[in-house]
Design a protein around this ligand. Structure first.
Ligand code: GDP
Ligand code: PGA
Ligand code: MN
Ligand code: MN
Length: 631
């Protein structure tokens, strides 16, 4: 027998509204809610409508529980301090669960460890759920969040429903995705008989409850010892337990839009990628859109909001983290941003580096793990100077003095509505997406890798994506600054076997007879000189790289010089006027370094992808070796 499900406000012990509308939900959603209620045993079930009133009610609850504190210096902004053990994505506890292992992850050669995702059997996933979920929501409210990834009127959008016992997650999901009644109506209108995998993605989330019942920090319940994030692409299901941190708990983002999304995209013939989208207008008034894939904390949000320093240039932002893109009937690549907000890295954001972000985040924003100032504001490393007399409380709530431990956690974040961005693109919600003319890959490479180079063609571009590496950052649990492979900036986000993913990318070239593949580039803002200093000023000056890329797209003669790894700018075609930079140092392609690099990448790809490494990629590896040996 099924438990009776009520919809009600969950403020303290006083239910304000009580409705039995769960019975009115579409059947599949009703089943999902009722099954999950039986498993998690929440005290209340509340179906979110996405309204302002509802949001205010949730904020009240969060303030009461001290999960958030107000930031009176700004309008409608709040600060959350998480449990100190729940501050980043946990890649080691993130699994793709499929019937066959090889569908989910690459199968490395011999006894080598797989570096590109973790697999779990469906049976083990069931056991993991059975060990964690029964009764995990006792005494809490289960919120039902209908959400859309992508504009509601876009044929490229997909729907999901997240169940969660965290009001912080509801408020954050409301910023990051389109939620509420409109989504429910669309869901109700869809035909659910179709493809058999479910027409909305089921996402179950609980912050969990430690085995001994001892919550370390009552304002931020979580279960870091048993955190687990499971994805079942064959069923379009996500199950996340034990963490309230954004990347683990806002399931529309990494879990749906990237992991489940990439696997849907493969089935349906499109691409779900870890990329920003921006529009750039040159001084002649010609506007183009580009996408760029950089690993977490390597500059996507900053580039998407760039304030160009070159006169006459304008950048507009479509998205800062995720792109869903496909070739349309005319062979033009078109992209949408499936998100509705920005979940950006706070440290390093300042008036001088990212004024656009600074103009975006000081209203209607939830900050997490930044420091707080005595005048009711926020503070983080690299922000502008503190006003005299103002004191700071660090991200853990302790008094802070300059020079001591970091004030803000290095992975502290702002969660802010995209529409507040002053340079949001007029077409950012266009249902058919924006046309894409270039794809950029990049990472943090202190040595050897030039500021920008261009792939020779599409297949070489796929190799360039596959060979990406970057220094580890605080966005996940990795320690130190080790340089890690991060193909396509997707290492933590592949929803299926990376060998199949490479084949899928290669297949795009012939997706239809008239496909116009965009040019592919690799950029590196992070090359360092002998003194360990960045050689390139970065941020707004990165428009100089965009300027060169646009010249390449326009096939301007005399702009490229071929090297074994790709085309680099000629001195005349790259605008460094007004900058004091070491041009040769920035663009040099050291052959010894690249020979080692090519060997190491080849070893990585052959070992990791083994039998699934496409022939075209093997050819690219060989071509690179022969180009290098000619030098
Ligand atoms: P995302 O996580 O990929 O969106 O990366 P962000 O744009 O949030 O940037 C992550 C960190 O890299 C921040 O601390 C930025 O200040 C820093 N960063 C971003 N762009 C640049 C750049 O062009 N040069 C340098 N040196 N640092 C940058
Ligand atoms: P980021 O997004 O890419 O902006 O860091 C969050 C993440 O990847 O964890
Ligand atoms: Mn990201
Ligand atoms: Mn970002």
């Amino acid at each position: 027998c099924r438990p009776k499900v009520h919809l009600q406000w969950a403020s303290g012990s006083q239910p304000v509204r009580k409705l039995s509308v769960v019975s009115l939900l579409p059947q599949k959603l009703k089943d999902f809610v009722e099954d999950s209620v039986r498993l998690c045993r929440p005290s209340n079930v509340y179906v979110c409508d996405g309204s302002d009133t509802e949001n205010s009610m949730l904020v009240e609850i969060l303030l009461e529980n001290r999960t958030i504190v107000p930031l009176p210096k700004y309008k409608n902004c709040f600060l959350a301090r998480s449990c100190t053990r729940d501050v980043a994505r946990v890649e080691s506890r993130t699994f793709i669960c499929t019937t066959n292992r090889r569908d989910a992850v690459n199968v490395p050669r011999g006894s080598a460890k797989g570096m590109l995702g973790n697999w779990m059997s469906l049976e083990d996933a069931d056991s993991a759920v059975a060990e964690r979920f029964p009764g995990c929501m006792e005494g809490r409210t289960m919120y039902v969040i209908p959400f859309s990834m992508g504009p509601l009127d876009s044929p490229y959008s997909k729907l999901g429903v997240q169940l969660t016992d965290s009001a912080y997650v509801v408020c954050s999901m409301r910023i990051m995705t389109r939620i509420g009644t409109k989504v429910l109506e669309k869901l109700d209108s869809l035909d659910d008989s179709g493809n058999g995998v479910g027409y909305f993605v089921k996402a179950l989330h609980s912050v969990g409850r430690p085995v001994d019942g001892q919550v370390e920090q009552p304002h931020w319940p979580c279960d870091p010892d048993r955190t687990i994030i499971l994805h079942k692409p064959e069923m379009n299901e996500i199950i996340s337990y034990g963490s309230g941190y954004g990347g683990n708990s806002l399931l529309g983002k990494k879990c749906f839009a990237l992991r489940i999304g990439s696997s849907i995209a493969r089935r349906e013939g499109w691409l779900a990628e870890h990329m920003l989208i921006l529009g750039v207008t040159n001084p002649k008034g010609r506007k183009r859109y580009v996408v760029a894939a950089f690993p977490s904390a390597c500059g996507k949000t900053n580039m998407a909001m760039m304030q160009p320093t070159l006169p006459g240039y304008k950048v507009e932002c479509v998205g800062d983290d995720i792109v869903w893109m496909r070739f349309d009937r005319n062979g033009q690549l078109r992209a949408i941003n499936p998100e509705f907000g920005f979940f950006g890295v706070a440290p390093g954001t300042s008036r001088s580096t990212n004024p656009v972000a600074m103009d975006t985040v000081f209203k209607n924003t939830i900050f997490t793990n930044v420091a707080q100032t005595s005048d009711g504001g926020v503070y983080w490393e690299g922000m502008d100077k503190l006003e005299p007399g103002v004191t700071v409380t660090d991200w853990q709530g302790n008094p802070w003095t300059p020079g001591s431990t970091p004030a803000a956690h290095p992975n502290s974040r702002f969660c802010t509505p995209a529409e507040q961005c002053p340079i949001i693109d007029p077409d950012w919600q266009s249902p058919e997406g924006v046309p894409i003319d270039a794809i950029l890959f990049g990472g943090r490479r202190p040595t050897g890798v030039p500021l920008v180079y261009e792939a020779f063609d599409w297949k070489h571009g796929v190799y360039v994506g596959a060979s990406m590496k970057s220094e580890a950052t605080a966005a996940a649990e990795h320690k130190g600054k080790e340089i890690m492979h991060d193909p396509f900036a997707m290492r933590p986000f592949f929803g299926y076997n990376f060998g199949h993913y490479l084949q899928h990318w290669l297949s795009m070239e012939t997706a239809s007879p008239n496909v116009k593949v965009p040019k592919v580039f690799h950029v590196n803002w992070f090359r360092k000189n002998d003194q360990g200093k960045f050689m390139w000023p970065g941020y707004g000056e990165n428009c100089r790289v965009l300027d060169w890329i646009l010249r390449r797209i326009d096939n301007e003669p005399g702009t490229a010089q071929s090297t074994p790894i790709g085309n680099v700018p000629t001195r005349e075609s790259f605008d460094v006027r007004g900058l004091n930079v070491d041009f040769d140092g920035l663009f040099s392609v050291p052959i010894d370094f690249w020979t080692e690099e090519a060997k190491e990448v080849a070893h990585f790809l052959y070992e990791q992808v083994d039998e699934d490494l496409p022939k075209d990629v093997q050819d690219q590896i060989n071509n690179l070796f022969s180009r290098l040996s000619l030098y």
